[in-house]
Design a protein around this ligand. Structure first.
Ligand SMILES: Nc1ncnc2c1ncn2[C@@H]1O[C@H](COP(=O)(O)OP(=O)(O)OP(=O)(O)O)[C@@H](O)[C@H]1O
Ligand SMILES: [Mg+2]
Length: 492
């Protein structure tokens, strides 16, 4: 199973890249400097060996060896026909004696002897590891009497010098890497700050409610220098913001025009509608004999003009609420309102069971009594017309379950519920479950749109929760501090 790769930020990538490059540079400098030092130390030793010309080795033939002028640890060996005949090492100088001497008799292992025999007598230095003495720089030169003289100098000091350089370089490079990491993180952080600001501004835009109304977009970012990458991003972002702002302003203007049109049209329709209603009523009441078909036609004209009148009133109300026309603000007793609306509903729908749950104390808020009455009537009409007879409807006024400075007005029923595909958009205009049935029963699909718009105009909200067997509409309205002592409504 593939494991998800953790996201890497630009900042992290830049710092990691910087550190990897610096580490590579340090490694290259380290390797080159160590190699160069090694080479220079070896060539120094080779030079020393060349100048000694096998003097120590040839002196071993006759005595313990002439150690004068030889540094401690100098190795000498004489080979005749590939066999080591004499060998020795200059012992360290003692304080009491100012001359050096060869150390205890040197025993060479078979491997050492073989390595010495294999040295070509060409006067060039070679590094050889001797069993008891460690690493040596050896040089073989041909002797006077057909022998081979090998002289060697210990590498221990040269190796220690190289190790010291390695240790110093490792410490310096480690500190340089740490300092570069910290300084790089700060520097990259500072350099990326403009990008973070662009991102924050973009995030701010995404959090704005762009769907409707007038939107004030944030001002663009101040980084617009086209010579820098951040400036290019900033300039493009600002241009995009301008375009979005333009489009939103145009959309708002067209919305405004549409609303004005809806308001004007519904307003203009009211007068001719009233005339149609009045005249059809007049004709219907005509005292003379009227043929039954004409009477029926007049009744239909009357009924439809009444229905159209309601529709026009609803459209006008919505248009006014859309335009932000302020509502009346008066003390409204919600308990009284609920009592009245439930009483009307009981008369209109005697087959339903109507229940009321009201608090002991009357609940008053500041709002528009007629519009709030319309909200309750719409909800109760729905509970009556969209559920079968025998359904229980509960009207409740009280504090909401979530608490807070709100009053909750709820209408719940145990009917069949709102069809699932409509639940998300049930508060939209002209949304109805069964178009055919609704039209037959006179519904237009504006009832719940008005409920939400009126609740919103009061600074509140309207929500629905529905499943088969339980549908609850909850209207939250801002609670008013003033409370009037009215006789409390009793549950019916
Ligand atoms: N209590 C309810 N139970 C089941 N369905 C409901 C209920 N309330 C509303 N609905 C559904 O929501 C739809 C929209 O309701 P809304 O009140 O907006 O319009 P309407 O009742 O059809 O028409 P009107 O404009 O006359 O009120 C209804 O057509 C109905 O399908
Ligand atoms: Mg309705």
């Amino acid at each position: 199973m593939a494991r998800p790769i953790p996201p890497v930020t630009l900042r992290g990538r830049l710092i990691a890249g910087l550190l990897v490059l610096l580490a590579c540079a340090c490694a290259a400098v380290g390797v080159v400097s160590v190699l160069a030092l090694n080479r220079s130390l070896l060539s120094g030793l080779d030079h020393q060996l060349t100048t000694s010309r096998g003097r120590f080795a040839s002196s071993l033939e006759h005595s313990q060896g002439d150690t004068r002028g030889q540094s401690a640890g100098t190795f000498g060996a004489r080979l005749v026909a590939g066999v080591v005949t004499q060998c020795g090492v200059v012992a360290p100088q003692r304080d009491t004696d100012d001359t050096s001497s060869t150390g205890p008799t040197l025993t060479l292992s078979a491997a050492d002897t073989a390595a010495l025999a294999a040295l070509p007598a060409d006067g060039r230095g070679r590094t050889v590891r001797l069993s008891w003495l460690g690493d040596y720089r050896l040089m073989a030169v041909p002797g006077l009497d057909g022998d081979t003289l090998v002289t060697g100098l210990p590498l221990v000091e040269a190796e220690a010098t190289v190790h010291r350089l390695e240790a110093v370089e490792a410490a310096v490079f480690a500190v340089a890497l740490v300092l570069t990491g910290v300084a790089g993180a700060l520097w990259v952080g500072v350099s990326l700050r403009p990008l973070r600001r662009v991102a924050a501004t973009a995030r701010g835009v995404t959090e704005l409610p762009l769907a409707d109304g007038e939107v004030e977009l944030p001002r663009g970012v101040p980084y617009t220098d086209p010579r820098t990458e951040v400036g290019q991003v900033g300039a493009s972002f600002n241009r995009m913001l301008d375009h979005v702002g333009d489009a939103l302003a145009r959309r708002h203007a067209s919305e405004q025009r549409l609303r004005r049109f809806a308001a004007d049209a519904s307003h203009e329709l009211r007068t001719p509608l009233a005339a149609i209603r009045g005249h059809s009523e007049l004709a219907r009441r005509h005292p003379g004999p009227v043929p039954p078909e004409v009477r029926h036609a007049l009744e239909r004209v009357q009924a439809e003009s009444v229905r159209m009148g309601h529709l026009v009133d609803d459209l006008l109300l919505l248009a006014r609420l859309d335009a932000g026309r302020p509502l009346r603000r008066e003390e409204v007793d919600l308990t009284r309102l609920a009592l009245d609306a439930a009483g009307d509903a009981r008369v209109a729908g005697p087959e339903h069971r109507w229940r009321l749950e009201l608090p002991e104390e009357p609940v008053t808020i500041s709002g528009d009594a007629d519009r709030l009455h319309q909200v309750l009537t719409n909800l109760l009409d729905n509970a009556r017309t969209h559920t079968p007879g025998g359904t229980t409807v509960m009207v409740r006024v009280g504090p909401p379950a979530g608490g807070g400075p709100w009053v909750e007005l709820s209408v719940a029923d145990d009917g069949p519920g709102i069809p699932e595909e409509l639940r998300g958009e049930i508060f939209e205009r002209f949304v109805r479950a069964d178009l055919g049935r609704s039209r037959a029963s006179g519904g237009t699909g504006l009832g719940l749109a008005i409920v939400r718009a009126v609740a919103g105009a009061h600074g509140g909200s309207a929500e629905v929760e529905s499943r088969p067997g339980r549908t609850v509409f909850r209207i939250l309205l801002p609670a008013s501090h003033a409370r009037e002592a009215l006789p409390s409504g009793s549950p019916t």
